[in-house]
Design a protein around this ligand. Structure first.
Ligand code: 3PG
Ligand code: MG
Length: 400
C-alpha cells in the first residue's frame, strides 16, 4: 500500500497541474550541457498532457540565494524542455504574480508553461507559506516529481503540498520504488559500495548502512581513514586523522550488526595526482612514505568482484579511486563493468547514485545496464542515511 497519492488518484482532465521537477541541469555558456534530468521529467508531463491537463512546470537552477541572477535563468532550459517534449513551452519571467499568470494563460488549456527559477525569491528556500500560496494560485493540483529535491523543505517541495491536492509524479514513484526495493526489501546478500574522498561527509550514511546491508565495501579516499585507524601507514594519502575514532565506531557497529566491512587489500599509489602519473601497485603494508593511495589495486578489484558475484543486490555511492584522473579510474570502471554484466545476466539488482558515481558510470558506459541510476545527489545521500525527506513527508500529509 502506498502512503501518498499518485496521479492515478486524480482526474486531471481540464485541470492545471503544477509540477515540481528538478531542472537543475549543468549549463555551459548559457546552454544545457546535459539533458538527462530533463528527459527523466518528460514522461510525467506527457502523461498529464495526454490525460487532458495543462502543465505548469516549476524548478530551481543553481543557488542564486534569493536574488535574480541572469545566468541562472531557466529560459534556456525551457528551450531544451520544448525540444525534448516536441512542443511549445510558454516561459514565465517570474514564477509568481502577473508574469506567471500571463504565461499560464498563454499556454492555454492542454499547454505547457515553465516558471522562472523559484530560488530568485528568498521565500522559496524559507518555505514561506504566503509564497507557496502564490504558486498554488496558478494551478488546481500539485505534483512533486523531484525526488532529487526532496531533502529540501522549500515552498515548492513542502509548504505547497498542504495548499493543493498533492501527488507524487511517475519519476518520484519510480525513484522511491527502486531505492526502497534495493535497501529495504532487497534480495540478499545485499552489498553496498561507498567511496568518495571523505568519511566526514558520509558518517551518517555508513552508520545507517552497517545496520542494513550484509557487506559494506569502502573505497576511495575515505578508505584510507579506515586503514590508518587500523594502524596502516598510508604515506601521504588523504587521511582524516580526526575521524579515526569514528571509523573505529563504525567498524564496531558493523560487527554488532553482522555486517562485514570490506576494506581495500592493495593500492595503486603515485607521488602526484596527475593524469598518466608514474604509478606503483603495492600491498597495504608497503605504501611508500612519499606516495598517495589514488585507487584500489587489482587484488581489491578481484575481492570486490567475488563479493559482487555472491551478492544479489548492490547499492553504490562514490567512486573507488580518483576516477577523474586516469589511470586512477581503473578499479571504478572494472567494478562498474562487473556490476553491469551481472545485472544484464539477471543475477544482480544494481542501484547507483550521486554526482561522481553517475559521472563514473557514464564514462565507463555502464549506466544503461544498471537496474536503476538515480539522478539525485544530496537527496540520495540523505535517503541512504535513513532520514525522512521533507518533500516525501509533505506528500504523505499533504492532502488538501
Ligand atoms: C541537486 O542537484 O542535488 C538538486 O537539484 C538539489 O539542489 P541543491 O543541492 O542546490 O538544493
Ligand atoms: Mg546538490
Amino acid at each position: 500500500m502506498k502512503d501518498f497519492k499518485t496521479i492515478d488518484d486524480f482526474d486531471v482532465r481540464g485541470k492545471r497541474v503544477l509540477i515540481r521537477v528538478d531542472l537543475n541541469v549543468p549549463m555551459t555558456s548559457g546552454e544545457v550541457a546535459d539533458a538527462i534530468r530533463i528527459e527523466r521529467t518528460v514522461p510525467t508531463i506527457k502523461e498529464l498532457l495526454a490525460k487532458g491537463a495543462s502543465v505548469i512546470v516549476m524548478s530551481h537552477l543553481g543557488r542564486p540565494k534569493g536574488k535574480v541572477v541572469p545566468e541562472m535563468s531557466l529560459k534556456p532550459v525551457g528551450r531544451a524542455l520544448a525540444r525534448v517534449l516536441g512542443r511549445e513551452v510558454s516561459f514565465a519571467g517570474d514564477c509568481i504574480g502577473p508574469a506567471a499568470a500571463d504565461a499560464v494563460a498563454a499556454a492555454g488549456p492542454g499547454g505547457v508553461a515553465l516558471l522562472e527559477n523559484l530560488r530568485f525569491h528568498p521565500e522559496e528556500e524559507a518555505n514561506d507559506p504566503a509564497f507557496a500560496g502564490k504558486l498554488a494560485e496558478l494551478g488546481h493540483l500539485y505534483v512533486n516529481d523531484a525526488f532529487s529535491c526532496a531533502h529540501r523543505a522549500h515552498a515548492s517541495t513542502a509548504a505547497i503540498a498542504s495548499l493543493l491536492p498533492a501527488a507524487a509524479g511517475r519519476l518520484m514513484e519510480a525513484e522511491l520504488k527502486a531505492l526502497t526495493d534495493a535497501l529495504d526489501h532487497a534480495a540478499r546478500p545485499l552489498m553496498a559500495i561507498v567511496g568518495g574522498a571523505k568519511v566526514s561527509t558520509k558518517v551518517a550514511v555508513l552508520g545507517n548502512l552497517v545496520r542494513k546491508v550484509d557487506v559494506l565495501a569502502i573505497g576511495g579516499g575515505m578508505a584510507n581513514t579506515f586503514l590508518a585507524a587500523q594502524g596502516i601507514d598510508v604515506g601521504k594519502s588523504l587521511n582524516e586523522r580526526d575521524m579515526a575514532d569514528t571509523a573505529g565506531e563504525i567498524m564496531a557497529r558493523a560487527t554488532e550488526s553482522g555486517c562485514e566491512i570490506a576494506l581495500p587489500i592493495d593500492a595503486v599509489v603515485a607521488r602526484e595526482l596527475k593524469e598518466g602519473a608514474a604509478t606503483q601497485t603495492v600491498m597495504l603494508d608497503r605504501v611508500p612514505a612519499d606516495s598517495m593511495i589514488l585507487d584500489v589495486g587489482p587484488a581489491s578489484v578481484a575481492d570486490l568482484t567475488a563479493r559482487l558475484k555472491r551478492a544479489r543486490t548492490l547499492v553504490w555511492n562514490g567512486p573507488l579511486g580518483a576516477f577523474e584522473t586516469p589511470p586512477f579510474d581503473r578499479a571504478t570502471n572494472a567494478i562498474a563493468r562487473e556490476a553491469a554484466a551481472l545485472t544484464r545476466a539477471g543475477k544482480l539488482v544494481s542501484v547507483a547514485g550521486g554526482g561522481d558515481t553517475v559521472a563514473a558510470l557514464a564514462r565507463s558506459r555502464t549506466m544503461d545496464d544498471f537496474s536503476y541510476v538515480t539522478m539525485a545527489g544530496g537527496a540520495f545521500l540523505e535517503w541512504l542515511e535513513g532520514r525522512e525527506l521533507p518533500g516525501i513527508a509533505a506528500l504523505k500529509g499533504g492532502d488538501a
